[in-house]
Each structure stands twice: as structure tokens, then as C-alpha cells.
Design a binder for this molecule. Structure first.
Ligand code: PRP
Ligand code: URA
Length: 206
């Protein structure tokens, strides 16, 4: 199911990263901040367990997160979302998957994968700012499923309808979270209006 996350702070920051004149420093900072704000919404339903703790004044019954969260950024651009989320969820473990899209065919190739042990019981959040044709996201989800992941959330910042349709078809069990659903893909497979090449803008490789 597609869930669009609407928040004035996210909308404002999104406008900033869409601007072509925004440089690497601001682009990076705002991608991270948007990811953190999205994570705040996406983790609303995480289970808690009751614990008894001692404050400086007395003992009390309170709650803490009971499950594990694993982040899986899709290299390169997904890396730009990790710090924004781990600053909120400090115990999250992080797996990595390297995928690169061929510029002509738009088909992704996997060049790296490293995951934490036993991800089957965790909430796995696959991170990539861009959901274009959906080929990379679908491959990344397939890779985490192969390692046993069951509860998977795809977290992208900007998506195209084509990518949403593909992931919904190939992984109907995965919730898709977007900050914006844009108009379409251009003839080169770029999201319009989008924000350009997220990896290049994050890492200054334009
Ligand atoms: C970009 C982006 C996604 C993918 C989206 O990565 O970060 O991973 O394209 O396109 P898709 O939905 O059509 O698969 P790219 O392959 O350019 O690699 P990079 O992050 O290393 O620049
Ligand atoms: N990858 C990007 O970085 N941007 C797009 O618009 C599409 C794929």
C-alpha cells in the first residue's frame, strides 16, 4: 500500500532539494532531515514492551521499543537517509545493498550486499530517495526477502507512478512510503519534476 507522508516541514525541505541551485551541503542535510521526519511517522505503530525502571526519585512502569529495526540503504543515494534515521533510532542496525542502473536499459545490477545476521524478526526499512521505474527498489526488496525479511517498508522521498505500480505488483506485501508522488518519468528514466540525480547531488559527482 502507498502512504504519502504530508507535513509542512517535509514539504518545505522538499522544495529546497528540488531547486537546481541547492548545493551538496544543503541537499545532503535536507535529505537526512526529511528521512528523519518520515521515520517519525513510519514508526508510529512500532510495538512497545512494558519495563520497570528506576528514576532518581522512584521506580516506575514505562515502555520501550520491543522490536528490532534494520535499515537497508540502496547505495549510493540511500546512504544519504541513514544518519537522519539513526539519530532517532540509535539502536538500528544497517545493512547495505549496492545497485546501479544502466543508463540505457534502466536495469539495475547488484554490486554489493552485506546484511546483519538474522533479519527475519526485524522491521526492515529499505531506503532510497528515488523510486523511478521501481527496478532498484524491487531488486532491493527481493534481496532482503532472500535473507529472510518479512516485515519490509520501502521508504523513498520522491516517487513516480511507474515505480509505485511496479513495486505494488512485484511486492504487494510491502508498504511504500513517499514524501511526494511526482508526475511521470522522462525518456531517460528520470522523475519529472523530481530532483535530478540524487546520488550525484548528494556526493557532488555531477
Ligand atoms: C538511482 C536511485 C535509485 C535508482 C532509481 O540510483 O538512487 O537507486 O536510481 O531508479 P529505478 O527506480 O529506475 O531503479 P543509481 O542507479 O543512479 O545509482 P547511484 O545512487 O549510485 O547514483
Ligand atoms: N535516479 C535518480 O537519482 N533520479 C531520478 O530521477 C531517477 C533515478
Amino acid at each position: 500500500m502507498l502512504k504519502l507522508i504530508n507535513h509542512p516541514l517535509i514539504t518545505h525541505k522538499l522544495s529546497l532539494i528540488r531547486r537546481k541551485e541547492t548545493g551538496t551541503r544543503d541537499f545532503r542535510q535536507n535529505i537526512n532531515e526529511i528521512a528523519g521526519l518520515m521515520a517519525y511517522e513510519i514508526t508510529r505503530d512500532l510495538p512497545l514492551r512494558e519495563v520497570v525502571i528506576d528514576t532518581p526519585l522512584s521506580s516506575c512502569i514505562t515502555s520501550e521499543l520491543s522490536g528490532e529495526i534494520i535499515l537497508v540503504p540502496v547505495l549510493r543515494a540511500g546512504l544519504g537517509m541513514v544518519d537522519g534515521i539513526t539519530s532517532l533510532i540509535t539502536t538500528a542496525r544497517v545493512g547495505h545493498i549496492g545497485l546501479v542502473r544502466d543508463h540505457e536499459t534502466l536495469v539495475p545490477t547488484e554490486y554489493y550486499a552485506k546484511f546483519p545476521s538474522d533479519i527475519s524478526g526485524a522491521v526492515v526499512m529499505v531506503l532510497d530517495p528515488m523510486l523511478a521505474t521501481g527496478g532498484s527498489a524491487s531488486a532491493a526488496i527481493g534481496a532482503v526477502k532472500k535473507r529472510g525479511a518479512v516485515t519490509i517498508r520501502l521508504v523513498c522521498i520522491v516517487g513516480a507512478p511507474e515505480g509505485v505500480t511496479r513495486v505494488e505488483k512485484e511486492h504487494p506485501d510491502v508498504d511504500i512510503y513517499l514524501a511526494a508522488l511526482d508526475s511521470h518519468l522522462n525518456e531517460n528514466g528520470y522523475i519529472v519534476p523530481g530532483l535530478g540525480d540524487a546520488g550525484d547531488r548528494l556526493f557532488g559527482t555531477v
